[in-house]
Write a protein that binds this ligand. Structure first.
Ligand code: HEC
Ligand code: HEC
Length: 393
């Protein structure tokens, strides 16, 4: 009798193993089982600021304490806007991970509104705006000030404000303010650039993404500490990470590097044919026209991005900048036009992207079963888990 019972229990146990979804069995050992190639990819995705100086090499004010302090004040200064009512922080709200939780640009202009991406870690990227029409963080800030749909001011006003408000506190940076009344166009431009570089210095110093649970997981794997790794990511999250790296799913082809963006531009079936598009094709035109692009302010050797610019419109039409996937926790909208309101909807988009005839598109449908979509979602949420200590309590 006892034997029959034991055999029955064993059978039931074996059946149970087959019936449970496979991701229940990642516990413990799975963390030790990453291949050398996968581990190399994971290390490459870990947050790192090593590239900061290289990416911002046309900004000589980077790391200067006075520029950082000035930039911090300017970021919150409504005096830079034409209306005197909004500042950078109105749309990139510090308390919401520097996201625009209100979609203010949509309220200002529903026709062409682009969503404000979160800007933590912007200083680690190569291109700015969804169409990449700015090639440096400092020129990005200048474009915002003169954009009628954003700060809606102009450089003369901005420089006058800068001098009136800040020259006493920042004499070394703003010494040219003394000659302001006699300043010519190019003197104004130069001061305007100092303003942009100060904001960028602040962003590079203080607006970096928090270390996430994912980063700590890779640290634990590196140290061979699998018990700690297991405590950091649960089975579902690890399964999601595996899907993220899976060549059949393809996410990591575009979302790679420490910011989960390879800084490329791709067409992922989010354009609206027939409508005026602000895609990479247009971004390239605007960039080459920009008065503040790298070639106009630096030597060619400092501007490889512009020298090797991809201008083939077959590749750039309908393409947008690959956004970072870090810190999306506070994002209420997704994609350049904010068309989706949840990460689930974005994942569904990749499962069945809307294809149109004759449209260039860089993705294939990702074969994701319902439980795999949940796993992928769980992993994306890990990347927003910056407030690590609070979450662990
Ligand atoms: C009215 C809202 C608004 C204001 C004010 C605003 N932004 Fe933005 N910001 C946006 C939107 C929308 C985008 C994306 C626009 C696009 O790509 O076409 C953006 C993009 C950016 C980006 C590029 C992010 C990326 O990954 O490409 C940075 C950096 C940024 N803003 C910084 C600033 C700074 C600095 C200021 C103040 C000088 C500022 N913003 C003021 C709405 C705003
Ligand atoms: C061919 C390159 C490519 C691949 C592959 C790819 N993405 Fe993207 N991803 C993009 C681009 C480009 C955008 C921005 C599109 C837009 O805004 O119109 C984007 C946007 C996103 C966003 C929205 C982020 C935001 O701030 O709005 C998420 C989330 C995302 N991708 C996750 C994924 C996941 C998960 C996968 C794998 C299933 C994946 N991506 C595969 C290029 C890619």
């Amino acid at each position: 009798m006892a034997r029959i019972l034991t055999a029955g229990c064993a059978l039931a146990f074996i059946l149970l193993i087959f019936l449970l979804p496979s991701d229940h069995f990642h516990t413990g050992i799975a963390h030790a089982e990453w291949s050398a190639d996968d581990l190399a990819t994971l290390r490459h995705l870990r947050l790192s600021t090593d590239a900061l100086a290289e990416k911002n090499k046309t900004n000589e004010l980077l790391f200067r304490a006075d520029a950082i302090a000035l930039g911090r004040q300017l970021f919150h200064d409504t005096g830079l806007s034409g209306s005197g009512q909004i500042s950078c922080a109105s749309c990139h709200r510090p308390e919401a991970g520097y996201q625009d939780t209100e979609f203010i640009t949509y309220k200002l202009d529903p026709q062409t509104a682009h969503r404000a991406p979160g800007i933590l870690g912007a200083a680690l990227q190569d291109w700015f705006f969804w169409d990449g029409r700015a090639d440096s963080l400092w020129s990005q800030a200048l474009a915002v000030i003169e954009n009628p749909k954003e700060l809606a001011s102009d450089r003369v006003r901005a420089v006058r404000h800068l001098c009136a408000q800040y020259k006493k506190d920042f004499p070394a940076l703003l010494k040219n303010c003394r000659g302001l009344s006699a300043a010519r166009g190019e003197d104004i431009d130069r001061m305007f650039v100092t303003l942009g570089k100060s904001i960028a210095a602040f962003e590079a110093a203080e607006l970096l993404p928090p270390v996430s649970r994912f980063d700590r997981y890779v640290d634990a794997l590196d140290a061979g500490n699998y018990a700690e790794a297991a405590a950091l990511l649960n089975d579902k999250e690890v399964a999601g990470l595996k899907l993220f790296l899976d060549p059949m799913v393809g996410c990591v082809n575009c979302h790679n590097g420490p910011m989960f963006t390879g800084s490329g531009f791709f067409a992922v079936a989010t354009d609206m044919p027939g409508q005026l598009e602000h895609d990479r094709k247009r971004g390239v035109e605007l960039l080459l026209d920009s008065e503040f692009n790298c070639l106009k302010w630096s030597t060619a050797a400092d501007c490889p991005k512009l020298q090797y610019l991809l201008t083939d419109s077959a590749e750039t039409a309908g393409a947008y900048k690959v956004p970072s996937l870090r810190n999306l926790r506070h994002a209420p909208f997704f994609m350049h036009d904010g068309r989706y309101r949840s990460l689930e909807a974005v994942i569904e988009h990749y499962r069945s992207p809307a294809t149109l005839p004759l449209r260039h598109i860089d993705i294939r449908p990702a074969p994701l079963l319902p439980h795999q979509r949940k796993q992928l979602l769980a992993f994306l949420e890990v990347l927003g888990s910056g407030d690590f200590n609070k979450e662990q309590q």
